[in-house]
Design a protein around this ligand. Structure first.
Ligand code: ADP
Ligand code: MG
Length: 679
């Protein structure tokens, strides 16, 4: 799309200084300007008479000035301008603070429109600092619906809305081309592009504003879906190493348990992808404890059978250690040699691991992002797996893929987000969902409690430990203040160890400990030697100790529901009846309601949806690490329906016209989206 020459600097009233201020709002081009949407509106369209105005109401009136404005200085530095107005319904006092220019702009005997907040006391009506426009010159700040924009210093609402109004006039055909196929617009009753841009800024009614918003939200999600969809199509075209379609029975037969149908389905899909000759790009999404690790192991085995290596990347050293042990258990009987690569290894062990990978003697590398470092080279890497994908950025995932010529990519996530959102975050991936837990899992009984229950919970801990079970106690972590968090975890640890449970073995685990200390703390818990593990959220994902039967969360109100669900997923992994206790430290009713919700919900997908409703998708979209473009008007949390319609339409369109050649305006917008993303 071509910018009319000069962009925003050619807008009247926008000089260099204001242009720079606008840049702070992300407005660089004319298109940015007209797509800088209001965050709210003030309805000043209805003109009331003075007798109809209520106390505290913001209203618009048209009234005659019946006394000359009088300027007075009350205190040092405070100036008042006062006068009276009247209309057919009554009269009111008008007061301006520190706006002495008003004295000369308002004339007795003339009629103005005023908009502002009225107060009524003892029958006297008063309006403070109202916006005013002279009769006959109304229509910008009064007598209509006024858009309210997010501002920055040096830019007022008026300056911005004037600039946008001008922008809309000069934008013309080129800039605001219709991107929605006519069929789609008709189907969803969406208004056309010109009217939408006009009405979102300057609606004649709130209903018009709503229609405009509907269209623009749909359009934004549609363009995003088209962009992600065409990226996916392009990915698909690329060839990758073909593994042979293996018979999985040998692998299945070696397992200590029978796989669930969902696990087999995911494995089947992944193996078929890898045998297709095209690069696999698949997300395996499954609730906590659904058994994703074995899916990864199956894929590594399939790659191994065709003579290829696999890299498996975990987000923490703790998890890397644990997976390393799991893979050795599952895969070494089948002839697979696994090596571990993480930070904090001795140079010689690291050299040894690297050597084995480079020579091809090792078939599987398990590790942290240490896998990504320069020195790590593979002889024949064909499959790159990332666990707990949401912990990594798109870039890290890509870096792992770069270790080989187009490896197959499998990512696993326990953050169960609704499918529509998964398609956005992982838009370029195919998705397998493991919607079934291994048999015999029992629901984790969950309680939301207050401090008054402390004694009883301690007794409960004592009883469970007496029965041989183990307990997690988790303290929250706020990133801005790690020191305070560590202190709270450390304090609680000392208290439990020295005062409450001197006869039990209590251990502490937090992210700031040295790797060897962490390892020692964790392995003593895994071995069952430690009874109670006090930790920060470092144990949030993936940790698997089946003998742990109680999760106690301190200050649970500070966690999101999905995070609580992850934590709760650390227990109930074995044969024992398991419990989760959520201590509410502070927070009002809303916090209580959230924790109460946790006691009833056990399905991670439902919880994620609830979380989205309560907190919005900030968690998933807050960090820009996903590399998604910023949305201007759609809110993914509240637009889930629209998102799924837009996705369906985008998919349909791309299947007919994968290059979007019949839709040049749309194609342009899609291209711009990626440009913006890369910048
Ligand atoms: P997650 O999906 O959270 O990564 P894991 O892969 O860690 O789950 O599996 C959780 C636990 O369930 C592990 O102890 C694993 O051995 C066990 N498990 C996995 N699949 C099955 C199955 N089909 N039957 C029984 N146990 C299973
Ligand atoms: Mg896992």
């Amino acid at each position: 799309m071509t910018e009319p020459s000069g962009g925003i600097r050619f807008i009247k009233g926008i000089g260099e200084q204001r242009a720079r201020a606008l840049e702070k709002l992300g407005i660089f081009t004319l298109y940015d300007l007209v797509s800088y949407f209001p965050r709210d509106y003030q309805d000043r369209s209805a003109v009331k008479t003075l007798d109809a105005v209520a106390d505290g109401e913001a209203a618009c009136v048209r009234a005659l000035v019946i006394s000359s404005p009088v300027l007075s200085r009350v205190r040092k530095g405070m100036e008042l301008v006062k006068f009276r107005i009247a209309d057919s319904g009554g009269a009111a006092n008008v007061t301006y603070f520190n706006q002495s220019y008003v004295k000369n702009s308002i004339k007795r005997g003339e009629t103005y429109s005023f908009y502002g907040k009225f107060t009524k006391s003892g029958g006297r009506l008063e309006i403070l600092n109202p916006v005013f426009e002279k009769e006959g010159a109304e229509g910008e700040s009064t007598g209509r619906i006024v858009p309210i924009y997010r501002l920055t210093e040096g830019i007022s609402q008026k300056v911005l809305s004037r600039a946008i109004a001008q922008g809309l006039t000069v934008a013309g055909e080129e800039l605001l081309r219709e991107t929605l196929p006519p069929g789609v617009r008709d189907k969803y009753g969406l208004i056309d592009v010109k009217k939408a841009y006009n009405d979102i800024h300057f609606p004649a009614s709130m209903a018009e504003a709503e229609k405009a918003r509907e269209r623009l939200v749909f359009e934004e999600l549609f363009v995003l879906a088209c962009a992600l969809g065409s990226m996916k199509l392009r990915e698909r075209e690329k060839a990758a190493r073909r593994i042979s379609q293996v018979d999985m029975d040998e692998f299945y037969g070696s397992l200590p348990f029978a796989l669930t149908g969902a696990q087999k389905r995911a494995i089947g899909q992944a193996v078929a992808d890898m045998a297709s000759g095209r690069a696999m790009n698949r997300l395996v999404q499954g609730d906590v404890g659904s058994g994703k690790t074995v899916v990864a192991a199956a894929c590594a085995w399939a790659a191994f059978k065709s003579g290829f290596q696999t890299a498996f990347m975990a987000p923490t050293e703790l998890l890397a250690d644990q997976h390393h042990a799991t893979f050795i258990k599952l895969l070494s009987p089948l002839g697979i040699k696994t090596v571990l690569l993480k930070g904090g290894m001795t140079a010689s062990r690291r050299r040894e691991a690297c050597g084995l990978l480079e020579s091809g003697e090792a078939h599987l590398a398990v590790g942290t992002h240490a896998l990504l470092s320069e020195g790590v080279r593979f002889k024949s890497l064909a499959l790159a797996i990332t666990d707990e994908q949401h912990r990594f950025g798109v870039r890290q995932r890509a870096a792992l893929s770069e270790k080989a010529e187009r490896p197959h990519v499998l990512v696993m996530s326990a953050t169960p987000i609704p499918r529509t959102l998964a398609l956005i975050i992982y838009g370029d991936l195919d998705v397998s969902i493991i919607n079934e837990l291994p048999p015999g899992r029992r629901k984790v009984e969950t309680y939301a409690v207050g401090e008054d229950m402390r004694g009883r919970i301690n007794n409960f801990i004592r009883r469970l430990v007496g029965e041989g079970r183990q307990v997690y106690v988790v303290c929250p972590m706020i990133e801005e203040n790690e020191a305070v968090d560590l202190q709270s975890a450390t304090e609680l640890y000392l208290k439990l160890k020295n005062e409450v449970f001197p006869d039990f073995k209590v251990a502490l685990l937090h992210g700031k400990m040295k790797a060897a200390e962490k390892e020692a703390a964790m392995s003593s818990f895994i071995s069952g030697e430690t009874n109670i593990l006090v930790s920060t959220t470092v144990i949030e994902v993936g940790v698997d100790v089946p003998n742990a039967a109680l999760m106690v969360v301190e200050n649970a109100e500070r966690f999101g529901l999905s995070q609580l669900h992850q934590l709760r997923g650390r227990v109930g992994r074995g044969a024992y009846k398991s419990y989760c206790v959520l201590f509410k430290g502070s927070g009002g009713e809303a916090a209580s309601a959230r924790l109460e919700a946790m006691t009833k919900l056990s399905d991670g997908f439902k919880i994620a949806e609830e979380d989205l409703k309560i907190r919005g998708p900030g968690d998933f979209f807050g960090s820009r690490q996903h590399g998604l473009p910023e949305l201007k008007i759609a809110d993914l949390g509240s637009s889930l329906d629209v998102l799924s319609w837009a996705q369906a339409e985008a998919e349909e369109l791309l299947s007919r016209d994968p290059e979007l050649s019949g839709f040049p305006a749309l194609k342009d917008r899609v291209a711009r989206l990626f440009d913006a993303k890369l910048s």
